[in-house]
Each structure stands twice: as C-alpha cells, then as structure tokens.
Design a binder for this molecule. Structure first.
Ligand SMILES: O=P(O)(O)OC[C@H]1O[C@H](OP(=O)(O)OP(=O)(O)O)[C@H](O)[C@@H]1O
Ligand SMILES: Nc1nc2[nH]cnc2c(=O)[nH]1
Ligand SMILES: [Mg+2]
Length: 163
C-alpha cells in the first residue's frame, strides 16, 4: 500500500516524455510504437510525435482495480507488432513489473520504455526517466483535478506543503 503520493502535472508529463524521446533517439528508426493502454497512450503519442513514428499499435493489460493488483490479463493483442522486432513499447510506469513482464513475453524483441520506474520493476524496462520509491503512488494528470483549498486562517489544511 502506498504511503505517499506524487502528483505529475500535464507540463511535467510532457517534459518527461520528451526527455524519454531524446534518450531513445539513438535507437531510431522504429517500425512503430506500441502503447500499453491505457496509461501508456499519452506518453506513447508524445514520443511517437517526437520520433516521427506514424505507426501505432496498442496492447491492453488489465491488472489493477484502483490500487489493488490482481492477475494480469491481455484483453487486446498487439497484432500489428508481431514479436516486437523494430517496435518501441511505451508505458507510463513500471511498479511491480507484472505488466511489463507479461508484455515482454508477448513482444520479446521490442524495446521497452516508460516515464517512471519503481525499484521492483526497474530491471524490466530498458529505458525510464525518473525513479520513484516503491511506497509512492504516482497520480497522473488524467487521475486528478485542481481543487479549491481553504486558506490556513480559515482552518484549511496546509494545502501547499502537505498536499
Ligand atoms: O508494474 P505493475 O505493477 O504491473 O504496474 C504498472 C501498470 O499499472 C498501471 O496500469 P493499470 O493496470 O492501472 O491500467 P491503466 O493503464 O489502464 O490505468 C500502469 O499504467 C502500468 O501499466
Ligand atoms: N496511477 C498509478 N497507477 C499505478 N499502477 C501501478 N502503480 C501505479 C502508480 O503508482 N500510479
Ligand atoms: Mg497501465
């Protein structure tokens, strides 16, 4: 169970996706990009734009219900990617590594990249931008919304420092 949360803004996500694309430039060209849905779709689109990739495929793995992990199942196959040769697989993050392991079994020849990596899953990704601790739950911009926080003088929590 996560003991802390890290909020990623749209700006930060875009910067991190561009940083990852820069890391991947030496591996060009790719035949296409495979996004692990759903979390990998926006990072994959940003990276495909930076690398000039027009061919995009998806693989859908279902394993989490909120923060609770179950057995992973591929509910949509990446048929256009064959065994992954020449393809770049993109996800938002690796946590336990369960999703990445299953996708790598399905696409053994692909290069795997994600924005954020927790220690347990780090070795399952070929590339990542930032490591976060295992007990941190990353909140992506599509998971969150800006909220009104009452001023301290009105009895509000410390919205800036403690949020
Ligand atoms: O390394 P793991 O422990 O497998 O966790 C990482 C996976 O979990 C999240 O996806 P999720 O299953 O929540 O689905 P979503 O992308 O559709 O939100 C995240 O987007 C990764 O794909
Ligand atoms: N949003 C989100 N989904 C996850 N799936 C596995 N770990 C995480 C995480 O830290 N944040
Ligand atoms: Mg996911």
């Amino acid at each position: 169970m996560a003991t802390q949360y890290a909020t990623v803004t749209w700006d930060q996500l875009h910067r991190d996706a561009r940083t990852l694309a820069r890391q991947l430039m030496p591996l060009m060209p790719f035949r296409g990009v495979v996004a692990i849905t759903r979390g990998g779709m926006i990072p994959a689109a940003i990276i495909a734009r930076e690398l000039g990739c027009r061919v995009m495929e998806t693989i859908s793995v279902v394993s989490y219900d909120e923060e609770q992990q179950g057995d992973p199942v591929i509910v949509k196959q990446p048929d256009a990617a064959g065994n992954g040769e020449g393809f770049l697989v993109v996800d938002d993050l690796v946590d336990s590594g369960v999703t990445a392991r299953l996708v790598r079994e399905r696409l053994p020849k692909a290069v795997f990249a994600c924005l954020y990596a927790k220690p347990k899953g780090r070795d399952l990704t070929d590339h990542f931008v930032t490591e976060v601790s295992q007990d941190t739950w990353v909140l992506f911009p599509w998971d969150t919304a800006p909220l009104f926080v009452p001023p301290l003088v009105d009895g509000g929590r410390d919205g800036g420092a403690a949020a």
